[in-house]
Design a protein. Sequence first.
Length: 320
Amino acid sequence: MTSQVAKSWLSKRTLLVIFGLLCIVSTVIFFKVFRRDPVTNDAAKAVSAAKPIKVPDDLLQQLDEELARKHDTQEASAKAGEHPLDSVLELARDALSTMRESVDDYSGRMIKRERIKGVLGSESQMEFKIRTRRETDGKITRPLSAYLKFVEPKSARGREVIWTEGANGNKLTGHEGGYFNLVRVELDPKGMIAMLDSKYPITEIGLTRLVEKLIEKGERDRLVGPCEVQIIEDQRVGDRVCRLVQVTHPQPDPRYDFYIAQIFIDTERVIPLRYAAFLWPKVVGGEPLLEEEYTYLDVKLNVGLTDSDFDPDNSAYNFP
């Protein structure tokens, strides 16, 4: 009898999970096919330079000539001599070291927009809490943890997601908002459902990981050839004063991920508050195409997050 009750309970739970997954998929499909979220541009309102700052034509010509001249020996030249990215990489490494040593956690609001499979999606806004990873002697003593609550677009409003590195089989726990908030689901963070409308998995989340990836890109691009680097002071992200680093690759090259990249660095706290990447225009003289942008607002450092902030059973959350 007990065995039959257990099987019945498991069967009901399995049906609920399947129903929850169907709710997530059907919600996304409905809003994509039948109802489009309004196009917003809140990130542009929050920053002082939402579009690339134009590089003078004479400087672009100079860079083109340099690129052609070094075509056969560019990798050797980059290794042997100074590169425009060297100072930026030094700045990024210093920032990464500071963040790893002094930032335990942070909270705020993120606005993101991504081009996925060639299609630029609408803006997403979410509140976040992130606790950083700590390692001692090569072992993780505090795993990376993340909590997200979606605010926009309307199709995702109320969705909550929690993920802690290595816990729960490394799966994320989430639920939909509104009428679809019927069941919590556990998903592979890199699986198809979890990756709907996302370019990167939640495992890549966080300011520290952003800086790490920028360093990886910079070290790779340094070996490919010359570029233009502009550093512009007194820029703004929200109410924070920032230094803008803008990197331009004048010539299209499949080895580059972008035509122009912008990194806004908080001048006082030395943390990145915005990253935006643009592709080459489709026509000469056209507007660069936005590939991805991530803007961090109202960021508060070391707020004292605890395990309960990453617990779906936290009474402040709305997990079913």
